[in-house]
Write a protein that binds this ligand. Structure first.
Ligand code: ADP
Ligand code: ASP
Ligand code: MG
Length: 400
């Protein structure tokens, strides 16, 4: 069997944990399996590197940022290989260059295009444990890229797909996927299994336990994932196409405080206005999330939308620079918002689910700023200070 095992930052955060992970991987190896290990940077190293960078330059070039951040994962894979060698096991660490993990050119948000498997297969054939840096890639001009925060999960799934692995296990600091972030909602329950579609929505809407693109890739290539703890032997959560469990109406609640709301007021109420506004933002690669447009009055209208917090300043600057003066009255941004969502394929057939969520928020006095729905989710924008309260209220209302 070929098994891909991914360990996150906390799981390799210090010497004891690295040795613990090394032991777990060696157990698998000694059963005769081929083992490919994907690692994140140790502990909070990525955050620390970002802080160091911003200290020397508040607006660091994205290329240099990726050049810096890739050192985090390079540190942990080398340490892990050393740990395994100290236990008498042949292991080799490989970075994105050495593997040849080809990505697009989009620094800080690159997508994996292709992975050369020759080097890895060759090392496995020599009965080595292969330890690969998560989160990083190389573009076609040989620049380092990164896949977005939490992107090591995506590296693991992409490798599992490319190597046709028999299993892909994501080890983290919780023992599975819960109905909500167990650190924010203490009554959250562990799910035995969850579908790709629901997991993708959860991850996209803030459940950081899996990088959303990793779920997308897993679905596309039919890679079954197991999310479990690196510290205990508890059975984890299986992420797959179809699940057997009787479906609850909703499968989970997610919160995301990485959001900012931009409001543009006094726009002309005529065709082409939304196009012009969002087109100039698209050209700057700013991803827009929820959009709310007011009903026009006196030939004027307002448009509000949300973006990632990091993009807020750029969005305002872009609008001020490129939207003709006089075509709108004002633009401003607030980062004092967060997103709370309920997710579940049960939402399709049941009416009144959104109302039940709104009632729950009303009962705890949370004001809803914006609303957006799809077939399998309802999302609201609330004040950031209310996020955890709103998550708990929604979780309770659906008796998860
Ligand atoms: P790693 O470094 O292992 O990748 P992450 O911090 O990225 O770990 O992801 C694990 C964290 O995800 C947990 O500590 C937990 O707080 C958070 N989390 C958010 N939503 C969920 C959820 N629905 N189920 C489990 N964990 C969640
Ligand atoms: N080290 C990277 C991060 O902190 C990637 C990851 O952990 O998956 O975002
Ligand atoms: Mg993670």
């Amino acid at each position: 069997m070929l098994i891909v095992k991914k360990f996150g930052g906390t799981s390799v955060g210090n010497k004891e944990r690295i040795l613990n992970v090394a032991k777990r991987c060696i157990e698998e190896y000694q059963k005769g399996n081929d083992v490919v290990v994907v690692l994140s940077a140790m502990g909070k190293m990525t955050d620390e590197l970002i802080a160091m960078a911003k200290d020397i330059n508040p607006n660091p070039p994205k290329r240099e940022m990726d050049m810096l951040l890739t050192t985090g994962e390079q540190t942990s894979v080398a340490m892990m290989a050393m740990a395994m060698h100290s236990m008498g096991i042949p292991a080799v660490s490989l970075n994105a260059f050495q593997v040849a993990m080809h990505t697009t050119h989009a620094y800080s948000n690159a997508r994996i295009k292709r992975i050369d498997t020759d080097r890895i297969l060759n090392e496995l054939e020599q009965r080595k444990i292969v330890i690969v840096t998560g989160f990083q890639g190389v573009d076609r001009y040989d620049n380092y890229t990164t896949l977005g925060r939490g992107g090591s999960d995506t590296t693991a799934v992409a490798l599992a797909a490319a190597l046709n692995a028999d299993a892909c296990e994501i080890y983290t600091d919780v023992d599975g996927v819960y109905t909500a972030d167990p650190r924010k909602v203490t009554t959250a329950k562990k799910l035995q299994e969850i579908t790709y579609d629901e997991m993708l929505e959860m991850a996209t809407l803030g459940a950081g336990v899996l990088h959303n693109r990793s779920v997308e890739l897993a679905k596309k290539h039919g890679v079954q994932l197991v999310v479990r703890s690196s510290l205990t032997k508890e059975e984890g959560t299986v992420v797959k196409e179809r699940i057997m469990m009787p479906q609850a109406e909703i499968s989970g609640v997610a919160g995301d405080d990485d959001a900012a709301r931009i409001s543009v007021t006094g726009l002309e109420d005529e065709p082409g206005v939304a196009f012009r506004l969002f087109n100039i933002l698209a050209k700057k690669n700013i991803n827009i999330d929820i959009i709310l447009q007011s009903v026009g009055q006196n030939a004027k209208k307002d448009i509000s939308f949300t973006v990632k917090e990091d993009d807020a300043d750029l969005a305002v600057k872009t609008i001020k620079e490129h939207l003709p003066l006089g075509s709108y009255a004002d633009v401003d941004a607030t980062t004092d918002v967060a997103k709370v969502s309920i997710i579940g394929s049960g939402l399709i057939g049941h009416s009144g689910m959104a109302a039940r969520m709104f009632e729950a928020l009303y009962e705890v006095g949370v004001n809803i700023r914006m609303i957006s729905t799809s077939e399998i989710r309802v999302t609201v924008i609330v004040d950031r200070a209310d996020m955890v309260k709103a998550m708990n209220a929604a979780h309770e209302a659906f008796e998860l």
